[in-house]
Write a protein that binds this ligand. Sequence first.
Ligand code: BES
Ligand code: MN
Ligand code: ZN
Length: 497
Amino acid sequence: MEITFSKKALPKRGSVIVLITEGDHDSDLVDELDTASDGLLRKAIKTESFKGQKGKILKVVPGASSNLERIILYGVGKVADLTPLKVEHLGGGIVANGLGKNVKSLTVLTPHIEHKDLGDADFAAHFGVGLYLRDYAFDRYKTKLKPEDKSKLTKVAIGTDAAAGARRKFAVQQSVADGVFLTRDLVSEPANVLFPEELANRASELSDLGVDVQVLGEKQMTKLGMGSLLGVGQGSARESKLVIMNWKGATKAKAKTLALVGKGVTFDTGGISLKPAGGMEQMKWDMGGAGAVVGAMHALAARKAKANVVGIVGLVENMPGANAQRPGDVVTSMSGQTIEVINTDAEGRLVLADALWYVQEKHKPDCIVDLATLTGAILVSLGHEFGGLFSNNDDLSGQLTQAGESVGDLLWRMPMGDAYDKMINSQIADMKNVGGRNGGSITAAQFLARFIQNDTPWAHLDIAGMAWSDKDLPTAPKGGTGFGVRLLDKLIADHFE
Ligand code: BES
Ligand code: MN
Ligand code: ZN
């Protein structure tokens, strides 16, 4: 979809959507439209008690004398209640309510508002972003889709009194949204298409944007001693990969380096500790953490972020088979620490252990954020409303929580501590990969913490409940959500640039 911004004016033809803040249904603009509709609009406003209530929609088809196809009033609600995120949700509502269906050209006229954190340019830009994000579809494998079944909306003109500012702000956020789309694509791809090498290939395309991308295969990882990651992939016919994406956009010499680390299990059968059949197909998106990291790197490079960020994703397929690792096996991680693999289905932490160690050894980051669809237990705790946040650092936790709140990728901090750490001590190795039934997301986080050097500020985001949605969301259709991309982008914009 192409979104353009221009000075607010009534279009000559096509459909026009007019955003009305609560109580502002008596404006000159409404008068003008009423005339264009031979008085139909005012009549409809009265009949339907339309006052600009939030989310309320009023459609009028003007008479034969008008060139306008449709006049739609769309309620914004009270100005004081608005936030940038709520404006994005309104934008998404255009698609969710099918207001652009069967329409050749669409003009949206945005209101002038007086609001402490939202100017007219912000309003128009955020509205456009929400619309753009919600209009996504993954229909690559739908061979029978007729053109009329696809969203016909190809062009939306947004009218605003601050067109230049809106255009500038929107362009930046569109780059970020394209990162979200990349993540959604990766998460939606089936595992026969997107296996470790293919994900590595897609990540390699970031080099077109100026990201330095390096791909390590099994031979190199063996040399590095990554027995933990390699053990997970050893039952698969597909080669495991480690992808390192480096974006050096900082202009200051003293700029901090942030490492983003992602779990990329392109399919998780559970391995020899095989998962039950029901719902196993969902495990194609067990690379959602890696997907978010690749999407975030795209966003940063596309908007030329002035920050130094290294993204690293551990890519494996967890399969049973003659060569698969067994429960009880002991593996040696790159850190030298040994791990007793009690359950081959607790594989994500094994992948992250070596990816975390590698990035610290090679890139000495000042701060680390990892993302992983790590545990089913986080769904028991938080459902699909919040990602789990685990951290050794209060400042970083606060920054992440706040960034998430402002873009709608919500996080809830969970506890950590020695008592939980003890639960993963092993009888025969340095640690075991599961801590028992209780506190499963926390013991998983404690496992990762054992691979963080010198108390480097670190946060682990368990996004098992957030990477995929079975229902439509305000700015995402059901499917891969792209959770994490906007959150990371915002964290970096606010604290690393
Ligand atoms: N990939 C799963 C976690 C998961 C579950 C993600 C549901 C998305 C939705 C992970 O590898 C896993 O299997 N975890 C086990 C850990 C257990 C064996 C300690 C789990 O959560 O059951
Ligand atoms: Mn698993
Ligand atoms: Zn998994």
